[in-house]
Design a protein around this ligand. Structure first.
Ligand code: F6R
Length: 364
């Protein structure tokens, strides 16, 4: 039932405050991440020295964000790979490595094959972050953290992605606590997590503004998404969403790569979407934006108000709520979901059932 919404995708975008709260429920206390959420075998948190994350598509993008969190908060090396690559190569597995899969459906053929291979490779243990409790992936993994997003009907994943990120943040903090994260820092992170549903709600308030902005994309054939740090995977996800449902060719680059090639594409017909994080990288990103503006590119900037960016000649500004840096990848996802949704509606594509795609990819 779509309720008041025209499409399942929009209904699911609007469910995110609720399902993120459901994902946090019982996993954090007033001051701590509750390791009991990993079940009786949470002892792996003490032993893990390395993390390998394997997934496909949108779930892979969630994994890329987690690499920033795990290396930053826990100081442990983390690598992320798409399952279709992982499953067919010889993999070096350092001792005490956690094998972590991400899957909305828990039935993705490549991800299952990767898990089956990993079980022969001497990993510390296998953990699945998944939205379907009865899935094959959950059944075959040693440990599970459910995302609790409820059924997702729209083929383009929205709430399944942001709850994967939430579950990954819980996991990253739990691992970090065993690797020297102070009680004070943990408390601050838990406080931030508790605010997430409200932040996502605040991000949704830009819906009407984003709908207006999206009209400008109706006649575009290409788009370039730029982000730095943990916002780079969010740029990848924004580009994937736009491709999937509006069929506009979109690519994402780490902003620093602009000069190394993609700048050649920039002209008046190329919209550039930038996710501006509120951290030390702001100045660098601003200089990338100038490079684009100087070539007549149309800049769409998503940032919080404290960045002092605003709409002017070459900039179309969308405000994102100001949040703790660790949460920025989750909160910045919301306006990009809304953008791709509204562009698809303007173009008249089948939002919930994009051509050529299936919700669950059970064949290779
Ligand atoms: C895109 C999307 C896909 C899936 C991918 C993996 O919106 O949903 O890229 O993420 O097919 O599926 P799961 O997460 O079920 O393993």
């Amino acid at each position: 039932d779509k309720g008041e919404f025209r499409h399942y995708m929009m209904k699911e975008i609007y469910e995110q405050p609720k399902v993120i709260a459901a994902c946090l429920e019982g996993r954090i206390s007033e001051s701590k991440v509750l390791t009991s959420c990993f079940g009786a075998d949470s002892g792996f948190l003490k032993e893990v020295e390395n993390v390998h994350i394997v997934a496909c598509g949108t779930s892979y993008h969630a994994g890329l964000v987690a690499k920033y969190w795990i290396e930053d908060l826990a100081g442990l090396p983390c690598s992320v790979e798409v399952a279709s690559e992982y499953r067919y190569r010889k993999v070096a597995v350092p001792k005490n490595t956690l094998f972590l899969t991400l899957s909305q459906s828990g039935e993705t053929a490549d991800t299952l094959a990767a898990l089956r291979k990993a079980k022969e490779q001497g990993y510390l243990t296998t953990l699945a972050i998944c939205n379907v409790p009865s899935s094959t992936l959950v059944r075959e993994s040693a440990l599970t953290l459910l995302t609790n997003a409820g059924a997702e009907i729209g083929v383009a994943s929205t709430k399944a992605f942001t709850t994967q990120l939430t579950a990954l943040l819980i996991t990253s903090v739990a691992i970090a606590v065993e690797n020297g994260l102070s009680a004070e820092k943990e408390q601050a992170l838990v406080n931030a997590m508790r605010s997430l549903p409200a932040y996502v709600n605040a991000a949704l308030l830009q819906d009407e503004h984003i709908q207006k902005v999206s009209d400008r994309f109706a006649n575009k054939h290409n788009a370039l998404f730029l982000g730095r740090g943990a916002m780079y995977p969010i740029a990848l996800e924004g580009a994937l969403k736009l491709k999937e449902i509006s069929y506009i060719h979109a690519e994402a680059y780490p902003a620093g790569e602009l000069k190394h090639g993609p700048l050649a594409l920039v002209d008046e017909d190329m919209p550039i979407i930038t996710m501006v994080p509120h951290n030390g990288m702001l100045d660098k990103l601003k200089s990338n934006m100038q490079e684009v503006a100087a070539r007549g590119g149309e800049l769409y900037v998503f940032a919080d108000r404290s960045t002092n960016l605003h709409s002017e000649d070459n900039i179309i500004f969308t405000e994102v709520p100001k949040v703790e840096g660790i949460l920025e990848p989750i909160v910045h996802t919301i306006p990009l979901q809304l953008l791709s949704y509204h562009v698809a509606v303007v173009k008249g594509t089948d939002v919930d059932q994009p051509r050529n795609l299936a919700k669950s990819v059970t064949v290779e």
